[in-house]
Design a protein around this ligand. Structure first.
Ligand code: ZN
Length: 355
């Protein structure tokens, strides 16, 4: 199993989580690989920071009993500077498969990596196309100009979803598709953490007609939780109707895979309103609890790693099987044990009666 979207912190944010801790939890959840996002502190936006991260991660993996078999892939971060975009695309090609792809924050989230204006995004896609980049670009798609921060009130956390409306996601996805197509982009455009079935339908409908590959993914929290669970996360949780239809989007294949968007914080940071939830235990829990009953064994394999291997073009034999991935090895007790490693458990809602 592969979780292709995690934020492992460390460096200046080691109070939130360290690489070694994240790797240990990932291995115990049965994963063979995690792909890490670049909005670390400092951000992974240069060849030098990527190489420093790889060295630190290798040391962390070596220090771990058993978890040393985990594959750690990382993303290079895209900024609004075309020279940096060329540099990071070349670094990805040079350091692939360890550097698996590039990340574009087409909307601000945690960190300061937003490339938020359409003019800046247009330049990014043109630069990537001009450089002949053929790898994956994963996009956080929320249109900054459609956010309505004044609709959020701290004593009603469910209003986070009003402040970051679904229209901001849909419009950003449409913008990124149009810009990439106009630029002549020929790699893969991946829409991270889709929150709405409408977005999933756009991806499924438009993908086949495009000159590049278009994919989307769902997270455990958008599949299992609703705005009424009052968790602060970007992009936000939606209604129960959207949640249940999003499950069908993944089952049907409108969305390609499951990704956790694991983003742990300290209890104090959460109390102060930090956006993000721990997600690696939830990734496995959703796989076991939800998907096994809903999809064929083949589709299950595709959703939890097979399609990622294919789309990222990972070399055969890169990943080692994790013995803890065997069917039925991760039940409510195992989930509880791993969830305790983080200051809050987002999955104590009614869906998981046995948790
Ligand atoms: Zn993320």
């Amino acid at each position: 199993m592969i979780d292709p979207h995690v934020h492992l912190r460390d460096w200046a944010q080691s109070q939130k989580e360290t690489l070694a801790h994240g790797f240990s939890v990932a291995w115990r959840a049965g994963l063979s690989a995690v792909f890490e996002m670049p909005n670390t502190d400092p951000a992974m936006t240069s060849r030098e920071t990527l190489q420093r991260r790889i060295a630190d991660a290798d040391r962390a993996l070596e220090s771990l009993d058993g978890a040393g078999g985990l594959f750690h892939g990382i993303y290079g971060g895209i900024t609004a500077d075309p020279d940096q975009v060329r540099h990071i695309a070349a670094a990805r090609d040079e350091l692939f498969p360890r550097v698996v792809g590039l990340k574009l924050f087409a909307g601000h989230s945690t960190g300061r990596m937003g490339v938020v204006t359409v003019a800046e995004q247009d330049l990014v896609w043109k630069t990537l196309a001009g450089a002949g980049y053929r790898g994956v670009v994963t996009v956080h798609a929320e249109r900054e100009d459609l956010l309505e921060p004044e609709r959020f009130s701290r004593d009603r956390p469910e209003t986070w979803s009003d402040a970051r409306p679904g229209l901001a996601e849909i419009a950003s996805v449409q913008t990124q598709i149009a810009l990439a197509e106009a630029a002549g982009y020929r790699g893969t455009l991946h829409i991270a953490h889709v929150t709405l079935p409408e977005t999933a339908r756009i991806i499924a409908a438009e993908g086949p007609g495009l000159p590049f590959r278009l994919t989307g993914a769902a997270t455990p929290h958008h599949l299992m939780l609703t705005r009424e669970d009052r968790q602060i996360v970007n992009p936000p949780l939606r209604s129960e109707k959207s949640r249940s239809e999003l499950v069908q989007s993944l089952v049907r294949g409108d969305l390609a895979w499951l990704e956790s968007d694991h983003a742990p914080h300290t209890a104090r940071d959460k109390a102060e309103g930090a956006a993000g939830l721990p997600g690696i235990p939830g990734f496995r829990r959703v796989a076991e609890e939800l998907l096994r009953g809903l999809v064929s064994p083949e589709r299950f394999e595709a959703i939890t790693g097979g399609t990622v291997r294919e789309v990222f073009d990972l070399p055969r034999d890169l990943l080692r099987p994790n013995p803890l991935a065997r069917e039925g090895a991760f039940g409510a007790a195992e989930y509880r044990e791993l969830a305790r490693e983080y200051p809050l458990d987002p999955y104590s809602g009614p869906w998981c009666a046995s948790c």
